[in-house]
Design a protein around this ligand. Structure first.
Ligand code: AOS
Ligand code: ZN
Ligand code: ZN
Ligand code: ZN
Length: 427
């Protein structure tokens, strides 16, 4: 992490321009009866979790090109997230993956998290790979497998994750299943679903009453004929089967092209089953690009649904939504990428908060198509970067996190400490 003095020194040359831009936007919003500080306060409160597996350089099945200085241990991953959170004040938690992040010394880890002001938001199980020495294989599935012994192993692994989560204070256990089939006829589609539901029930029963199970869907990959949980309807039905503590997780990259994701978000919110997000950017599929890099309007429309639901008395406000990033790729410095992602998310949220909701509802009631669309466009086209920067400033962070990260030469010093070729488990 940077020292406070260092951070202030790096902010100083940026401050004058920031104040000018923020003042201008504040005046502009005041004319529309929007209080900029209200919006900034909501941004200050907003947190998005960082996945431990995105801190190292990602790769594809063709290759991986590390930029060096990657975290070599869970402790170093936590240090990296602490740095991100210092810069943007908006990423105060981390998602862990078992067995990649098995804690060696739980009390020491708890202490480190506390000292850094961080928490663990979600534990993620891994039944998509065989671990060395594993008694049976996940080659043909895990929770859905035809062989009860494989299902049992996968259930036990998930329960192990739940136990780690309890020790570390994680409120969420996330299940993403790679299970499916590659060819017609390979798998009995209904039975695979039924076996999965039963396996999930065994995990669900082992969860404490204050933990949420998130069920993530994905239409294809690694299986290309069928996935056992391909879509939100399947996730939703599993949640209905399991009970109140099960919720649907929406990964933005897990839809077929042109799916209306914001509508899915609205529906799940309506049903009280929206449990969380894996944010990322997508052109074609599960590309795991930087959030907001390719479809910023879609990201805004998703937040528009969230803000609308949050302000609606008829919507059940009980269930918490876990905001998490799930992205990692091969051509950027992972920490810069994550700073960019968080910034896009905050920007989309800020824009959604600017929507004149009363006017929008009126336009909708009157079927005034153009007016309704213009209201959304007006919010979307507002340059909200000064609001996001002001939120960084009020959280004691960097006015421009990526610029400050570069000016502080963080990557260079990480390479010095950790070496050029450190290994990490990035997907
Ligand atoms: C896989 O495609 C899913 O997005 C998972 O959420 C995630 O990427 C995985 O659990 C990380 O290993
Ligand atoms: Zn995901
Ligand atoms: Zn994915
Ligand atoms: Zn992914």
């Amino acid at each position: 992490m940077l020292s406070d003095d260092q951070l202030q020194d790096l902010n100083r040359p940026l401050l004058d321009e920031h104040q000018f831009r923020y003042q201008y936007l504040r005046d502009l919003l005041a004319r529309r009866h929007v209080d900029a500080q209200d919006v900034v306060q909501q941004l200050n409160a907003f947190q998005v979790a960082i996945p431990s597996w995105a801190l190292g350089t990602g790769g594809t099945r063709f290759g991986r090109f590390s930029g060096g200085g990657e975290p070599r241990s869970l402790e170093e991953k936590i240090d990296d997230v602490a740095l991100l959170n210092q810069l943007n004040g908006s990423s105060n938690s981390i998602s862990l993956h078992i067995p990649w992040d098995i804690p060696q010394d739980v009390p020491a880890l708890q202490q480190q998290l506390k000292a850094r002001g961080l928490t663990i938001d979600s534990m993620n199980s891994n039944t998509f790979q065989d671990q060395p020495g594993q008694s049976v294989s996940y080659k043909f599935g895990s929770l859905s497998h035809t062989d009860a012994a494989v299902r049992q192993l996968a259930v036990e692994h998930n329960i192990e994750c739940v136990r780690y989560g309890q020790q570390l204070g994680a409120g969420v256990h996330t299940v993403w299943l790679a299970d499916g089939s590659n060819f017609p006829g390979q798998q009995h589609l209904r039975r695979a679903y039924q076996r999965t539901a039963e396996s999930l029930a065994s995990i669900y029963e082992a969860m404490p009453s204050d933990m949420t199970m998130l069920i993530e869907y994905k239409p294809y990959e690694p299986n290309f004929y069928s996935m056992v949980i391909p879509d939100w309807g399947t996730s939703y039905s599993l949640c209905q089967y399991l009970g109140k503590q099960a919720q649907v997780l929406v990964d933005l990259g897990h839809h077929l092209p042109n799916t209306n994701i914001e509508q899915i978000v609205g529906r799940l919110r309506h049903f009280g089953r929206l449990g969380g997000f894996h944010f990322n950017g997508s052109m074609y599929g599960d590309d795991d690009l930087t959030t907001g890099s390719t479809k910023p309007f879609q990201l805004f429309l998703i937040f528009n649904e969230l803000v609308d639901a949050a302000q609606d008395d008829t919507v059940n406000q009980e269930a918490a939504v876990a905001y998490m990033i799930d992205a990692s790729h091969n051509t950027k410095d992972p920490l810069e990428d994550l700073l960019q992602s968080v910034e896009s998310i905050l920007g989309a949220y800020a824009k959604a908060l600017l929507v004149d909701r009363a006017a929008l509802h009126e336009a909708q009631e009157n079927n005034d198509v153009v007016r309704a669309e213009e209201i959304l466009r007006d919010a979307f086209l507002t340059d909200v970067r000064p609001l996001v920067a002001e939120s960084y400033r009020q959280s004691g962070g960097a006015l421009q996190p990526v610029a400050v990260y570069r000016a502080a030469r963080v990557r260079e010093s990480l390479i010095q400490q950790r070496g050029k070729l450190s290994l990490s488990t990035g997907l």
